[in-house]
Design a binder for this molecule. Structure first.
Ligand code: NAD
Length: 317
C-alpha cells in the first residue's frame, strides 16, 4: 500500500516541489497530503499537481502555529495514519537584531521551532504505537552554522536540530526514523520575502556602520551567493526523496556539498577559533568560499585523523 506522507507549507517553494514529485512517483509509492496555512493560495500547487490532484495528492488546511488546525487535519486522515511527516513550513528573517522586535523574533521561533514541535507531538504517539514512521525536517546549513545577520533564523534552526538530535535516539527504539535535510541557498519565494522585508525595514534603530554593513556588504553578497550557488526547490525535493526511500535513512543530509567543509570547521577546532577566524576573513577580508574550503579541508583531514585515533583509544573500534 502507498505510504501516507504529510507535508507542511506546500503553497510554494520546496514543499510544493516535494509534494508534486512524490504524488507523481512512477511506482505510486506515496499518498501525499499537501497542507498549507491558507487554502486561498492552492492555485500553483493545483496547477503543478495536474492529474494527480485528488488521486495521489490531496490538499488540506494546516497552520503549524495553530494546534487546532493541526489536530483537525490529522483527525481527518483515516486512522490518523501518517507514515512520513515532512516539516517544511518555515519563515526567514535577516538584519541587525537592533532593528527587530522581540515579537518578530518570537514569530520566527513559533513557526520554525514550535511549529515542528507541535507537528511531531501530534504524530509521534501514533507512530510509536505502530512502531514505524519517518519524521523529516527541512532544516538548513544554518541549523549547523551561524551566518552573520541571520541570528534569529539560525537560532530557530539550531533549536530544531537540537530537538531532533535529542529525540532521534528514543525514536529509533520505536523503529521511527528522524532525518534533517540541510540545504544551502535555494531559490524560492523565501529569498524574495526576506529581501523585500530587508528593503522596507527601518535601519535608524542601529548605528550607521552596522546599517551599512547589512545593506551594502551582506545583502549584495547574499544575492550573489544565491545566484551562483542556489539550488532549485526540485533539487531539494530529489534529495529529500532519496532520504525517504533509503533503507536506513540518514539523520543528517546536506544537499549542497560546497557548504560541507564550512559546517565542519567548528568540529575540527572545539575552541571555535578556526570557525570565527575563517568567517571573519570571508566577510571582511573577502577570502573566497573556495579558498576557505580548501584551507578548511586540510585542517579537517588532520583533525579527522586525530579523531580516528581518539575513537580507537576509547576502544570503540
Ligand atoms: P517558501 O517561502 O517558498 O516556503 C515556505 C512555506 O511555509 C510557504 O508556503 C509558507 O506559506 C509556509 N508557512 C509559513 N508559515 C506557516 C505556518 N504557520 N503554517 C503553515 N505553513 C506556513 O520557502 P522555501 O525555501 O520553500 O522554505 C521551505 C523550508 O526550507 C523552510 O523551512 C526554510 O527554512 C527551509 N530552507 C530554505 C532555504 C532557502 O534558501 N530558500 C534554505 C535552507 C532551508
Amino acid at each position: 500500500a502507498p505510504k501516507t506522507v504529510l507535508i507542511t507549507g506546500c503553497s510554494s517553494g520546496i514543499g510544493l516541489a516535494l509534494a508534486v514529485k512524490m504524488a507523481r512517483d512512477k511506482q505510486k509509492r506515496f499518498k501525499v497530503i499537501a497542507t498549507m496555512r491558507n487554502l486561498g493560495k492552492r492555485g500553483c500547487l493545483e496547477a503543478a499537481a495536474g492529474i494527480t490532484l485528488n488521486k495521489t495528492l490531496e490538499i488540506r488546511q494546516l497552520d503549524v502555529c495553530d494546534e487546532r488546525s493541526i489536530i483537525s487535519c490529522i483527525n481527518s486522515i483515516p486512522n490518523r495514519h501518517v507514515d512520513i511527516l515532512i516539516n517544511n513550513a518555515g519563515v526567514g528573517m535577516i538584519g541587525p537584531i537592533e532593528c527587530q522586535t522581540i515579537e518578530e523574533m518570537k514569530g520566527v521561533m513559533e513557526t520554525n521551532f514550535f511549529g515542528v514541535v507541535r507537528m511531531i507531538k501530534e504524530v509521534l504517539p501514533d507512530m510509536k504505537r505502530r512502531r514505524s514512521g519517518h519524521i523529516v525536517v527541512i532544516s538548513s546549513v544554518m541549523g549547523l552554522q551561524g551566518i552573520m545577520f541571520n541570528d534569529i533564523y539560525t537560532a530557530s534552526k539550531f533549536a530544531v536540530e537540537g530537538f531532533c538530535e535529542s529525540l532521534v535516539i528514543q525514536a529509533l527504539k520505536f523503529n521511527i526514523f528522524v532525518s534533517l535535510i540541510e540545504p544551502g541557498p535555494v531559490v524560492t519565494e523565501f529569498e524574495t520575502k526576506v529581501y523585500e522585508d530587508a528593503e522596507n525595514a527601518d535601519y535608524s534603530t542601529t548605528d550607521p556602520e552596522t546599517a551599512d554593513m547589512f545593506t551594502n556588504l551582506y545583502l549584495k553578497n547574499s544575492k550573489a551567493i544565491f545566484s551562483s550557488l542556489g539550488q532549485t526547490p526540485n533539487d531539494i525535493a530529489e534529495h529529500t526523496l532519496r532520504v525517504i526511500t533509503a533503507a536506513k535513512p540518514p539523520f543528517r543530509h546536506q544537499t549542497n556539498a560546497v557548504y560541507t567543509p564550512m559546517t565542519a570547521l567548528k568540529h575540527a577546532d572545539p575552541t571555535g577559533a578556526l570557525m570565527t577566524d575563517t568567517f571573519y576573513k570571508m566577510v571582511f577580508k573577502y577570502d573566497t568560499l573556495m579558498h576557505i574550503s580548501l584551507k578548511a579541508i586540510k585542517v579537517i583531514r588532520w583533525q579527522a585523523q586525530k579523531m580516528r585515533q581518539g575513537v580507537k583509544m576509547l576502544g570503540f573500534r
